[in-house]
Write a protein that binds this ligand. Structure first.
Ligand SMILES: *Cc1c(COP(=O)(O)O)cnc(C)c1O
Length: 454
């Protein structure tokens, strides 16, 4: 019998726990530091911006955390998500390797971001919060949060990076449809935004600036909290539902990946699929490589430094020990807006430093080329961000073919690109410039920050 190319799980088989990699890391990450005192922070320092349950998850050392029933109920509207064997893609490139992908675009938000948006909205609601502020780059996080907040009866104010706000009216309208208010960032609403606009009225904005704006508003009102779509430990925890499912699906397929791949913005979709497989390596000695792919124009993992740095531009977040290009760095306006972030999650950063993860950087034209090939063979138009993972998977398949071996490759298709059609238009017109940050530019960006070395 021919094996199915779509590997599905029933609702009953959906894992009911998230996985916390912190429990199994050989070297635990350094503590976050208070932005003013530079001393390690405690849970109470975060209480003004996050609900207590999420703070507990942020610092938890428990290996497994139960997914609340209300979150499971919403997960069940789109989870378990399918894993596909990319047979048509394999055939198109003539590889002897097997390529699988986990598709996280098949939900209301069109990306993996729904997995944490639902959980974050739920915990905020449970603790009496009325309004949430957040940032969004390309708009996937804002859309994910808009529906989740509306479902749980919370208001949402989104600061959307201006370049995306102008390029992607569709995402803004989707957020409006889900009942959220969307403001282009930098804005005149906050001191952080006004300061940037004074220096550069034409600022395209960045995730770092939008985070400063959203945090500033949240700090002014006890019933308003702030929410972040990537980077933080609790966000990555929620995303592990991806890898928890994928492990079972690969077993059903009768296969086990040699390499797991994800694109990298702040680390949440990559960590989400990779960490449960890393657990199998750390606890059960299963051999596996984990590879993440970032843009050459925003190469914090491959060219940045491991330092204590702020998560935002204004310096309001705790100092985090992470790979960074410096919190003042404003990345080129590439079309994978969700990957335009200067820093990286603490967990991934420590694991990269310790050699458990590999990272590589790619330019956008090659990634769009891979994305178009994927659309034409597999039938899903990938989000620009996800094309970096596809390009990484193609590299692995081609490398194996050159070596005359067959590998099993699993990548995370983090979202679809239906709202990114104008980026594809630019690609078809030959109007998509490649850009690579040079070592000198990295040095310059990092010289502008003066922070303790991790
Ligand atoms: C936000 C986003 C990313 C990048 O963020 P991570 O936290 O690194 O996953 C990647 N792909 C899609 C589709 C996104 O929306």
């Amino acid at each position: 019998m021919k094996r199915s190319r779509k590997i599905i799980l029933s609702e009953k088989e959906m894992p009911r726990q998230w996985y916390n990699i912190l429990a199994d890391m050989p070297n635990k990450p350094l503590p976050p530091l208070h932005p003013a005192t530079r001393q390690p922070i405690g849970p109470e320092d975060l209480a003004a911006v996050f609900p207590m349950e999420l703070i507990k998850q942020e610092v938890s050392a428990e290996r497994y955390i139960d997914i609340p029933d209300e979150v499971v109920d919403l997960y069940r509207t789109y989870r378990p998500s399918p894993v596909y064997r990319a047979e048509y893609l394999e055939k198109a490139i003539g590889t002897k390797s097997k390529i699988y992908y986990k598709y996280e675009g098949g939900n209301y938000s069109g990306s993996h971001k729904a997995n944490t948006a639902i959980a974050q909205a739920y915990y905020n609601k449970k603790e009496g919060v009325r309004r949430i502020t957040t940032e969004t780059g390309a708009g996937q996080w804002g859309s994910a949060m808009s529906f989740a907040c509306n479902h749980f009866g919370l208001e949402l104010l989104v600061f959307m990076v201006k370049v995306s706000y102008n390029h992607k009216p569709g995402r803004k309208l989707l957020m409006n449809a889900y009942n959220a208010r969307v403001v282009p960032s930098p804005s005149m609403m906050t001191a952080a935004g006004r300061k940037i606009l004074e220096e550069d009225p034409e600022s395209p904005g960045s995730l770092g600036i939008a985070i400063s704006e959203a945090m500033e508003v949240a700090l002014q009102d006890p019933y308003t909290k702030y929410s972040l779509g990537s980077v933080l430990n609790h966000v990555i925890l929620h995303q592990t539902i991806i890898g928890q499912e994928a492990l079972i699906q690969m077993e059903k397929a009768g296969d086990y990946p040699d390499v797991v791949i994800g694109c990298f913005g702040g680390g949440s979709n990559f960590s989400g699929i990779a960490f449960p497989f890393l657990r199998e390596r750390l606890l059960n000695g299963k051999n596996i490589r984990l590879l993440t792919v970032e843009p050459a124009s925003c190469p914090k993992l491959t060219k940045g430094k491991f330092l204590y740095d702020f998560g935002d531009t204004a310096g309001m977040t705790p100092l985090l020990p992470m790979y960074t290009l410096g919190h003042n760095f404003i990345p080129e306006k590439i079309h994978a807006g969700g990957l335009r972030y200067h820093g990286a999650g603490v967990l991934v950063s420590q694991l990269l430093k310790d050699g458990f993860i590999e990272a590589k950087a790619k330019m956008q034209r090659e990634c769009f080329e891979a994305g178009v090939l994927f659309a034409r063979t597999e039938g899903i138009l990938p989000a620009p961000e996800s094309t970096y993972a596809i390009a990484g998977a193609l590299d692995e398949a081609r490398k194996a073919d050159l070596e005359g071996v067959s590998k099993t490759i699993l990548f995370n298709l983090s979202g679809h690109g239906h709202f990114d059609i104008s980026a594809y238009e630019k690609y078809f017109e030959g109007n998509l410039p490649d850009h690579e940050l040079t070592d000198a530019e990295v040095e310059e960006a990092l010289s502008k920050i003066n922070l303790p070395v991790a």
